[in-house]
Design a protein around this ligand. Structure first.
Ligand SMILES: C[S@@+](CC[C@H](N)C(=O)[O-])C[C@H]1O[C@@H](n2cnc3c(N)ncnc32)[C@H](O)[C@@H]1O
Length: 206
């Protein structure tokens, strides 16, 4: 799976339902709940399930995604639940974005499934906008999921490892708080199946 285009994602999102549901990711809840709300960027935030959840917790969130269709659904959803004033949207590529909020207390990146060189650029660019003392949190289907796990893409090039994520942050002024594999389950047509996720929480030195 090479880098895909925004047209590819727009077509996937052109359905009435929410492709990734309106339910916030459980790892985002687990790792971001303890953080004091401030400004956040949700990079590749899609239809905004995590952005809206953060806004409900008091964060001012900028969802940056290259799919205008996803961001339209996100903005409508934010209005529907009364948090539109805390939800910004920016159409841009994850490797070259210029955010409306230059400095944020939280950089979130959830399931950006793009080849390693691109993912590293995106993580580093996001990291530059995190203030000293702020956090970067990421979650992905893990490469380890290919061996017996379910869900997510099957191309190893878009599935990060713990080592890759730690290396992506080297020299960027972050201390890694957590970078680990987490076991979970995913709903399939045949019932619940095991699935392996990789999570990264890092704090910017200051
Ligand atoms: C699997 S979805 C995850 C969406 C959201 N983070 C969530 O967890 O519901 C991946 C998202 O990445 C976005 N994306 C993929 N490549 C991108 C890129 N190069 N720049 C910006 N967004 C990108 C897609 O438009 C899509 O919304």
């Amino acid at each position: 799976m090479a880098k895909v285009t925004s047209d590819y994602w727009d077509k996937k999102y052109e359905i009435e339902d929410f492709l990734y549901t309106k339910v916030e990711n459980r790892f985002v809840v687990e790792y971001c709940s303890p953080l004091k709300p401030g400004r956040a960027i949700d990079l590749a935030g899609g239809e905004g399930r995590n952005s809206v959840w953060l806004a409900k917790q008091g964060w001012t969130v900028e969802n940056i995604d290259f799919s205008p269709v996803a961001l339209r659904k996100y903005s409508d959803y934010a209005s529907e639940v009364g948090v539109a004033s805390k939800c910004l949207a920016t159409v841009a590529d994850a490797t070259s974005f210029v955010p409306q909020q230059d400095q944020v207390e939280l950089g979130l990146i959830g399931y950006l499934q793009t080849p390693g060189s691109e993912l590293k650029k995106a993580i580093r660019r996001l990291g530059k906008h995190v203030v000293a003392g702020g956090h970067l949190f990421g979650v992905w289907h893990a490469r380890a999921n290919l061996a017996g796990g379910f869900g997510g893409p099957r191309d190893p090039r878009v599935l990060p490892t713990v080592g890759f994520l730690k290396r992506a942050l080297w020299g960027q002024g972050f201390d890694v708080v957590v970078c680990t594999l987490r076991d979970g389950q995913i709903q399939t047509k045949e019932g619940l199946k095991p699935s392996i996720t990789v999570v990264l929480l890092a704090r910017k030195r200051g």
